[in-house]
Structure formats: structure tokens, C-alpha cells
Design a protein around this ligand. Sequence first.
Ligand code: HEM
Length: 481
Amino acid sequence: MSTLELQDIQGIIVRGYSNLEAACFVLLSIQNAIATRNWLGSLADRLQNGHDRPSETCLNLAFTYDGLKALGLDQTTLETFSTEFREGMTQPYKSRVLGDHGDNAPVLWDWGGGVHSPPIHILLMVYATDEVTLTSFYDGLAESFGSGGVALIRKLDTFMLKDEQGGFREHFGFRDAIGQPIVEGLSKAGAPDNTVKAGEFILGYPNEYGLFTESPTVSAERDRQNLLPAGQKGAEAHDLGRNGSYVVFRQLGQKVQDFWQFLDGITQQADGTSNPEARVQLASKLVGRWPSGTPLVEAPDRDRSDVKDKNAFAYYHADPHGFKCPMGAHIRRSNPRDSLDPQPGTQTSIAINKTHRLLRRGRTYGTPVADSLNPQDMLQAEASGERGLHFICIGANIARQFEFVQQTWINNPKFNGLYSETDPLVGDRAPGGVGVAADFTEQAQPVRKRVTGLPNFVVVRGGAYFFLPSICACRYLASLS
Ligand code: HEM
């Protein structure tokens, strides 16, 4: 097992900075490459590394393909980046892969989509203990934008939702950030089935195939100062990717009241009154966990607080037919664990699954519909404004990880033996898409139940793919001439 060079790895790969509850994501465009390179040189020393745990504020930074180009990176080097990163998130065929059409079409996005959107070049990920500290930290950074040759495109604020036990919630009211892979070599040890080779998330280390994930390189002559380590293929190519990774960022708006109204309607009693218990049970079936976080596969009929943090479970032997956790539930689709063919229930299946894991680092945004996050309160609230999830995931291979999960599991109508449904929370159900048949099946005995006409509860508002360089690679990019 290789030792991870944590001092050179940006901290967001290592931790989600949950102690820094305030955060914003800042989208910038480069106006003057020389000024931006100088600015980047000074920022490189301030970037949070993965070795130290920040206590008050911290900063991480990533680039789009257009951003690296605007910074002055040469074409030969640019072409060594992965195809999906170079192509970005909004090509027509990519929209088909990701299910971004109808209300989710890039032309409708608030940022990052359509030809008329200003180009996004740089993403700053800015964190602080509280909003006051964040504002002063951000203001300090923003003062340098002008001299740094960058223009602000958008500042995306966040709003962390927590429950009474300190658990993180998302806007529908469910615990989030439980199901995460353990990255091998980081301090936290975990269950072997959930421990994934570092090379799945950090370039320059062996991945689950025992290989090095394709990493961008620079010819030795373009790195005369030897700022970068030698590449895997020999000394003539220096490794621009080592200790870096790729970031998928999608701003996902959530239609919280539509979600609960729909479930309320479906679960009403014969006399037309609401059935809060049935409503929350059905919602939990869509997710695969109860609002507390308790996995349905462990507690199918009622919530059990003693297993609310549990992540060590599998599906094939415990629930082969989906009677406990429906086959199409959000967490069963996005991480099928041991259920993959051709040998479900075996280590082979788990090994395949490990090549499609996502390291999630998103944050919620917008105020909650009701502070209590109780469905009844959410139904009765007079809510306005926009809310959702800044979905962020990190992976060394965007195509094999995020795009695969989105296309082959989340948006696949035939996933897991099903045939006319997509992920009930985030799946593509826009007219003309794969998910026009907007069903959700609850496997049950003697007969299954089927919910039909599921609307879209989540709408894409923006998105882009980013390269998250190592700290050395930032210094290299700053040194370009
Ligand atoms: C607004 C959009 C979304 C909401 C509200 C949402 C909500 C949730 C919730 C409540 C959980 C269960 C808690 C946990 O296991 O951590 C979860 C898990 C997860 N979600 Fe999402 N999610 C959203 C979008 C997505 C997208 C777009 C993807 C992937 C493309 C995704 C991938 C995952 C994964 C991988 C897990 C962990 C599953 C596991 O390991 O068991 N989510 N999500």
C-alpha cells in the first residue's frame, strides 16, 4: 500500500470539513492569464492540504478544462487530461448520458450551461467555522480577484442542515453523508468491503484494478524547474495529476413540497385524510433509509435508532427480492454493494462495485422549508425561495465513477430487474428521456405495489467538471509562461 502524500493533496479529498459549517463555492472566469498565474502562485501556499485539519477557515481550488486553457496550459498537455473532463458536462451526447434534458437541459441552467453562459474557469471551495468568519475570509479573497485577473461569475452560498443529534440532513428531511467509501491509506480504518484503493479517488496511486488511473502529464522540457514528480511512464513525462483528482459539481434544486405533497396524496386513507406514518414509510422506501439514517435493509417496518449510522450492510443475501429495501431505492441504485451480476452476493460483485464508488463532498443550500424538517411542517409551510444540494463528488475517473453511476444505475429503467423506472429521488423522468415511464415498484408479497406518475423532485441548475490539482501542480500552473 503506497503512503499518501497528504501534504500535497488538497484537503477536500481527505475530509468534508464538517467542523467548518459555513461554506461557499465561488465560480470565477480568468480575464488576464498573467495576473491569474501570479495570483495562483500566492494562493498555492494558502491551500488546505490533506494532512492538517483546519480549525477556522480553509480554501481549496479546482479548474475546468477551459480554465486550464485560459491559464495558458499548452494544447499537448491539455490533451493528456481525460476525455470526459475535456468534453465537459454539456455536450448534447453528454446530456443524453446524464439525462439532462427537459427541465434539466443545460440551456436552462443558471450557470455552466448553454453557449450564452459566461465560461466557468475556476472553482474556489471556501469554508469557515461560522457565517461571520466565512464572510470576512471570503471578503479578503474577493479583494484579490481584480488584481488576480479573475472575474466573479457566481458565489454559491450553502446552508448546513443539522438534526438534534448533530447529523447532517438534506432538504427532504433525510440524514445524508452516511454512505461513504473509506479511502485506503487514510487514517480511518473501515470494513474491507467498504475500503477502496486510494487510486480510485487520487491520481498517482494504484486503483481497484491494480493500475494507475490515467493521469495528465507534462513533458519534462515543459517542467524545467522540476515542480512535478516523474510520471508513471518514465522520466520524460512529469505527472501533473499525481495527488490531484477530478470533481463533479452539480447544483441540484429540490422541490421539497412537491415531494411531500405527492407522497401525501399516494398514502392518504380511504376517507381522504393524511397518513403520516405511511407517508414517511413510502418516502423512506424511495431513499432506502429512514429519515434518521437507519437502513431499510436492517429495519424495514419501523425506524430503529440503534442502527441509524449503520453503513456495514449488503443486499443480496439479506434482501434478495427487495422486500425490505426496494430494488430501485436511491441508495440501492447509487451503491448496489454486493448485488451486481454476474456473481451477486460474492466478493467478485463487491470488487466490481468498488470501481464505481463516489466520494461525496456536497453541501445543502437554501433555507429549509420548515426548520423542524418534519414532513407535516414542510407540507403546511408557506415556502418560497430556492433550495437544494450542491452535489459534489470526487473521483479519479469521471466516466467510470460519476457518469457510470448516473447513467447505468440511477437513470437505467432496467436496473436490478426493473423495467420502467429511474431513481425515485433524482432520476430522469422528463418527457423524451429514458425515464418517461415514471414508476416506482415496492417489491412485496403476495403482490408488489407500484407507484405511478412520479414527478421530477430534483432539477439541475448548473454544473461542471473540474480538475482538482495537487498543491505542487498548482505551483506548476502558476509558473507557466
Ligand atoms: C438533490 C439530490 C440528492 C438527494 C436529496 C440525495 C439524498 C441522499 C440520501 C438521503 C442518501 C442517504 C444517506 C447516505 O447514505 O449518505 C443518499 C445517499 C447516496 N447518494 Fe444521494 N442524493 C442526491 C443526489 C445524488 C446523486 C446525483 C448521486 C449520484 C450521481 C447520489 C449518490 C448517492 C450515493 C453514492 C449515496 C450513498 C449510497 C450508499 O453508499 O449506500 N446522490 N443520497
